[in-house]
Design a protein around this ligand. Structure first.
Ligand code: F6R
Length: 608
């Protein structure tokens, strides 16, 4: 939610900021802006506009020799989408970019009489006015920041310019993510994440919370709020610019769909030794699993649907009780967990605020928390007792695809380990399952061959108002993810139903031509699902059936049949999910929409 970037150094800042913002746009694309020192003079200029980064480019000067500035791409929280509400916000001698929410902005406005200085509807402008208030008093950037953050409640990653300090950027954060990097040949960067400056450097560090970062072309100094120097841990990303670019694909989403076989291989290979699950490389000891009596899985959206797949396996095959909770609900609940409970939180970004807070709550009850996270050193990764990183690489499209399948693969490996350590799975059983999992990337490649067929059939979806996804058991869990994929990028109302539940109400919505994506991959309930499908087909639904059957030519069952490779029932989730992703993607494209940047959404949800 909102992307920030700052740079000071030898390069022309406008290009650095705009290129960086275009790669941060997945975090928000309502409005964008930059502020920079005019030719290193103590004068700050601003360019901002409602709209996307390409619109910002249009309002910027053709040539801009400035080498120090900050930039922002916004996902609106306080105040609508307008140029006035776009960041940076300038009050007096301060220009500010902000990712997060200043919760007590009204109280601050009253306490410091700031109302007359505000021109926008944003909480951020209150932050800028507060900083300016203290700057007028102290004329000292760091003292100003110390005083301001003592007043602010909420989450923030701030990038700040002070008019009397050309060439310098100041930054501080609480909860909201911020990374930084310095290269003596190029200069100093801050950003919401590494993708913003990956074309310049792959070395970075996470700015610790409540640490003031002072950036100049000569380096980055860090100190805590008491003025003690802080030494950061330098890290290197293991991917490069091409991973953060479309690489010839029309959209990030379709690129990321195609990256899944490689992403799964990268994720599972280091966790398999002699065909058995092994988390020693992640420093997760067997004791973490030993004696566990129940499992709670907490996440949001797609990550939660990945958790549901893991839950099905643990419950059905290990016979261990599992609860899956929506993080925003869990965090305000009284969870029934104790020291024998394992809590697994799942998050691509590692920054989802509800998941982070749910994790903090879980830690009050158990020392056995583990996160499955894609972004290294993110808040959730650092907050959990143990972390297993997925290796999807950067996921830029707002709709999650490769992050989901690597999360599912990781859930399976964790499930196998949990079963082995607690004697609920034999070594032979675990080996057989691991071998089947290792074959999944190859099967996904096979499924990707259907791309053109799926593209064609989505011409029947583009005019739909509603669509339904049905299945039983594990197929129902995948159906939920499939429905989310369709609705979030095509704006078609889509719902997932347990196939047997339809006739208890929802079947009244089925009429001629309504698309029903039916999934029938669970042998145990195969006949039952086929009967349920016949029920909707009899009411003239347009049925797309996904199953392991080689061929189904029965017009009383489906209009289109997509046959997936024959793998154990549990693992069909990967193949089905990929088909659902393609259905969502091509329906969105067929409607002339931008699947990478669906309306109202942002990738990293750092507000409640
Ligand atoms: C949907 C989607 C979201 C995320 C959810 C959690 O395609 O991407 O539902 O899965 O916002 O995000 P993370 O995984 O970053 O915690």
């Amino acid at each position: 939610m909102c992307g920030i970037i700052g740079y000071t150094g030898k390069l022309e800042v406008q290009n650095v900021l705009i290129n960086g913002l275009s790669r941060l746009e997945y975090r928000g694309y309502d409005s964008a802006g930059i502020a920079y020192f005019r030719e290193n003079q103590p004068h700050i200029s601003l360019r901002k506009t409602a709209g996307k980064v390409k619109d910002l480019r249009a309002v910027c000067d053709k040539v801009n020799p400035s080498t120090c500035g900050i930039g922002h791409t916004r996902w609106a929280t306080h105040g609508g989408v307008s140029t006035a509400n776009a960041h940076p916000h300038r009050v007096g001698k301060v220009a500010l970019i902000h990712n997060g929410i200043i919760e007590n902005y009204a109280a601050i406005t009253n306490k410091f009489n700031l109302a007359d200085e505000l021109q926008s509807e944003t909480d951020t402008e209150v932050g800028a006015a507060l900083l300016n208030h203290f700057y007028e008093e102290t004329h000292d950037p760091k003292e100003t920041i110390r005083k301001a953050v003592a007043e602010i409640k909420g989450s923030f990653a701030f990038g700040i310019l002070f008019e009397d300090h050309p060439g310098e950027i100041y930054a501080v954060r609480n909860v909201s993510p911020m990374v930084a990097s310095f290269d003596p040949k190029i200069g100093a960067f801050i950003a919401s994440d590494v993708t913003a400056f990956i074309e310049h450097t792959n070395r970075y560090f996470v700015v610790p919370e409540y640490t003031i970062a002072s950036l100049s072309p000569e380096g980055i100094a860090l100190e805590d709020l008491e003025g003690h120097p802080v030494t950061p841990e330098i890290m290197t990303v293991d991917w490069d610019l091409t991973a953060a670019e479309k690489d010839g694909y029309p959209h990030f989403m379709i690129k990321e769909i195609h990256e899944q076989p490689a992403a799964i291989t990268r994720t599972i290979t280091p966790r398999i030794k002699n065909d058995l699950p092994d988390f020693s490389g992640d420093q997760v000891p067997d004791d973490f699993f030993k004696g566990a009596e129940n499992v709670t899985i907490v996440a949001c959206g797609t990550a939660m649907y990945a958790g549901m797949v893991g839950a099905e396996f643990i419950q059905n095959h290990l016979r261990m009780p599992v609860t899956v909770s929506i993080a925003s609900e869990f965090r305000y609940s009284q969870p029934v967990i104790d020291k024998n409970s394992i809590v697994i939180v799942v998050s691509q970004s590692g920054e989802t605020i509800d998941t982070l807070e749910a994790l903090k709550l879980a830690k009050q009850y158990t020392d056995r928390t583990l996160s499955i996270v894609n972004v290294k050193e993110s808040s959730i990764a650092r907050e959990s007792h143990y972390v297993v990183y997925t290796h999807a690489g950067p996921e830029i499209a707002v709709a999650s695809t490769k992050a989901y399948t690597v999360q599912v693969a990781t859930m399976y490996l964790l499930g196998f380990k949990l079963g082995l350590v607690n004697g609920r799975l034999t070594e032979d059983e675990a080996k057989e399952r691991v071998q089947a999992l290792k074959a999944i990337p190859g099967h996904i490649e096979e499924v990707l061959q259907y791309e053109n067929q799926v593209k064609e059939l989505t011409s029947r979806m583009v005019n739909a108002q509603d669509a339904f996804y049905i299945g039983r058991g594990l197929d129902y869990r995948v159906a939920m993810e499939g429905a989310l994929k369709l609705k979030e990028i095509s704006y078609i109302h889509a719902e997932a139903y347990a196939a047997g539940e339809l006739k208890h109400g929802t079947i009244s919505l089925i009429e001629e031509g309504v698309p029903v994506i039916a999934i029938a991959n669970q042998q145990k309930v195969y006949e039952k699902v086929i009967s349920n499908i016949r029920e909707v087909k009899a009411r003239d639904a347009f049925v797309i059936l996904i199953s392991k059957d080689k061929e189904i030519n029965d017009p009383t069952v489906c209009n289109v049949h997509l046959s997936i490779p024959d793998v154990p029932d549990d693992l069909t989730v990967f193949e089905t999910a990929v088909i659902c992703q393609l259905i969502g993607y091509y329906t969105s494209v067929g409607k002339g929409l931008d699947p990478d940047q669906p309306r109202n959404l942002a990738k990293s949800v750092t507000v409640e």
